[in-house]
Design a protein around this ligand. Sequence first.
Ligand SMILES: Cc1cc2nc3c(=O)[nH]c(=O)nc-3n(C[C@H](O)[C@H](O)[C@H](O)COP(=O)(O)OP(=O)(O)OC[C@H]3O[C@@H](n4cnc5c(N)ncnc54)[C@H](O)[C@@H]3O)c2cc1C
Length: 494
Amino acid sequence: MNVETLIIGAGPAGLTTAYELTKAGHSVAIVERDPVYVGGISRTVNYKGYRFDIGGHRFFSKSAEVEAWWTEIMGNEMLQRPRSSRIYYNGKLFDYPLRAGDALAKLGPVEALRCVISYGWAQIRPHRNVVSFEQWVVNNFGRRLFEIFFKTYTEKVWGMDCGDISADWAAQRIKGLNLYQAIIQSFGLGKKPSGSDGVIKTLINSFRYPRLGPGQMWERARDKIVDQGGTMMMGSTITAISQHAETGKWIAIVTDAQGKETKITADHLVSTAAVNELVRMLGADADPAVAAAAKGLRYRDFLIIGLITRGKESFDDNWIYIHDPSVKVGRIQNFKSWSPDMVPDPNTACYGMEYFCNAGDDTWDMSDADLIARAKQEIGQLGLAEPQDIIDGSVVRQPKAYPVYDDTYKINVDTITEGLEEQFTNLHLAGRNGMHKYNNQDHAMMTGILTAKNIIAGSSVHDVWGVNEDAEYHEGGSAGDDKIEERLVPRRIA
Ligand SMILES: Cc1cc2nc3c(=O)[nH]c(=O)nc-3n(C[C@H](O)[C@H](O)[C@H](O)COP(=O)(O)OP(=O)(O)OC[C@H]3O[C@@H](n4cnc5c(N)ncnc54)[C@H](O)[C@@H]3O)c2cc1C
C-alpha cells in the first residue's frame, strides 16, 4: 500500500488529522491498536447496550474551529446538556461550585466553628516558607477546610501527597474551583468579588455532548474518513518501520491481530502513540540520552467500573466528586444525565465508578470480579445505590490516561523531540500522549488540524507545539472565544 500519510492511533488527534487530509484529497492509512473502538481515551464503551465513557467527556472548546468541526460531524445529534455536579462529604452532597449557605448548613455549627478556629490558628501561626500545596492552602484557609474540601480528592486523582505538590498549583486551582472563597466569605473573611453573590459566575453551566457519547462522534468521523477514501486498520500495530535513505519515504510493516502483515510506504508519519512507545518503535532508543528520557516519562492510569442498577438513579448530577477518605472511588458518573440514550432501559441506571491508579498497583491488578464487588460495596457505603439493586457491572482499564508533569518531564520531552527531529524527517507528533502534553480532546484535535494543514502546505507553517492547555478550559469563559492560556497541573516540589 502506498499512501501520502500514515497515522498511528485513531483517537481524536489521529482521526481529526485523517479527516482533514482526506477531505483535501490526500491519501491516508490509520493504524489503530484497538480491535473495535475508535476514539482512544474519548471512546464510548458499549456493554450490553449500556454506553459509558472513560470518565465523562464534556465537549466545550474555546476554539471556534473545533466547535464548528463537531457540528459538521454530528449535526443535530450534538446535544446541549445542563452541567450539574456536587461534592460528597461526610454523608452529604454539597453544591458545586460551593455556596456558602448550603455549605454552612450541611457542615453544621460545630464543624463550622472548627473551620473558623482552624482558620484563625493559621493566621496566627502560618507556615513561613511556603513550598507545598498543603502549606499554601492551610495558610490561606485553615487546616480544617483543607482537609474537608481538598486533600482527599486531590490525592486520589494525582496519587501524590498534598505535602509533595508544589505550591504554584494552589493559586490557579483555587481560583478555578473557588472552593474556599465561598465558605470564607460566609464567615465575613476574605475579599468578596464585586457584584458577586458568592457563586462563581464563569463556571460553565452547560456543555455539548453527542447523543450516544463521544464514541459516536469518533465513529462518525471514522465513517466519513473511509467515505473520503481513507484506510482504517483496526487491531493493528506497526511492527517495523524505517526511512528510505534516498527518498525519505517511510516504509512500515503493519501487523494485525491474526498476524497478517501489510507493507505500507508513506511520505509522512503522524504519531499519536505515547512518545516513549514511538521512540522504541523507531529504534531511536539506540541513543542513550533519548532512551533515558523516554524511560523517564511517567503516566497516571485510570479505570472505570460501569455499574448497572435497577430503578431510578439516586442523583441527577452528571457526576459527584467523592471527598470521603474511607472509599477509594474518586468520582461517580451518572451516564443517563449525560444523555438519556446512554441507557437502553429507562427503568435502569448506569453509574461510572472512577478509580485513579497506577498500572501495577493493587487497584489496577485486582480481578474484574473483585473490582465490581468493591465498587458495589463502596457505592452502597456512600448511600448512592443499594447493592442488591446492582444487576451487572463491567470494568474498563485505561493505561496512560494522564501524562505526568514531574520535575524532569519537560527536559525529557525536549531531549526526545530534538533526537527524533535530528534523525527523522517527515515525522509529526500530535495529540495528548503523542506530545506528552496535558491536552484535552479539543486541544488534541487542534494539533491534528494544524498537522494536516502543515502536510497539505508542504512545510511547517503552523506551530503544533504552540497549541496549549487552557487554564480555565472547562471552568469558565465562552465557547469559541479562542483564548488559549497555559494550564498548570500539579508538579512535585523540586
Ligand atoms: C478521565 C478523563 C476524563 C476526560 N474528560 C475530558 C472531557 O471532559 N473533555 C475533553 O475534551 N477531554 C477530556 N479528557 C481528555 C481526552 O480524553 C483526551 O484529550 C483525548 O482523548 C486525547 O486524544 P488523542 O488522540 O491525543 O489520544 P488518545 O485518546 O489516547 O488516542 C490515541 C489512540 O492511539 C492508539 N494507539 C496508541 N499507541 C498505538 C500504537 N503503538 N499502535 C496503534 N495504535 C496506538 C490508542 O489505542 C488510541 O486509540 C479526559 C481524559 C480522561 C483520562
